[in-house]
Design a protein. Structure first.
Length: 190
């Protein structure tokens, strides 16, 4: 039976596939207005956000959005006193479906916002779409990769393709900053 949830990942990476610098901090060089605008428009159509403790979209609508904050501190699900409309979620103790139902969501769009462990969790047959923005003029040597295997021998593109997603056309979001966007979608299975 198909899942009632459509799972989409959203990440902006440096040219070397990093979402943050060596100190796990997202530098201003990756905080580009064109990507923020795309991201904000997309999240206005999402039912649930999933992210780690240090990831957050920091937008005007953020307090109204339902979210699951990944943690190992909860047994399964628990209250999150930091964010309204949020639950702490430990996938070892509750499934995505159980967590979404606890938020009152029985189907719809689920957005994965990061960090690395959150992106990794849905890489294997989880994403229906992965929106990969890339700031080609930014390099973050020794940074935090979008997916754990990204590094000297694997790129985000290679991993997405390996796990069954195919790239759509490259969109230029901001030519002055060499910012591109590719929507990777799950290949149909025979």
């Amino acid at each position: 039976m198909p899942s009632p949830y459509r799972i989409a990942g959203y990440a902006i990476v440096s040219s070397d596939g990093m979402i943050a610098d060596a100190h796990a901090f997202m530098p201003d060089a990756l905080k580009l207005e064109a990507d923020k605008e795309f991201f904000s428009r997309e999240l206005d159509h999402v039912d649930v956000l999933v992210h780690g403790r240090h990831s957050h979209e920091c937008q005007e609508n953020s307090p109204q959005r339902r979210r699951l904050v990944l943690t190992r501190r909860a047994v399964g699900l628990g209250p999150d006193y930091e964010y309204p409309n949020a639950l702490l979620w430990n996938p070892a103790g509750a499934s995505l479906e159980e967590a979404c139902r606890a938020l009152g969501v029985t189907g719809g769009a689920v957005a994965i916002l990061g960090g690395t462990e959150a992106f990794d969790m849905f890489l294997r047959a989880g994403y229906d779409t992965f929106y990969l923005s890339r700031a080609e003029n930014v390099e973050l040597p020794g940074g935090t990769p979008v997916f754990s295997p990204v590094g000297s021998c694997r790129t985000p593109d290679e991993l997405l393709a390996h796990f069954g997603l195919a790239p759509g056309p490259t969109r230029i979001l901001d030519g002055a900053h060499a910012l591109t966007l590719v929507a990777w979608t799950r290949r149909a299975t025979a």
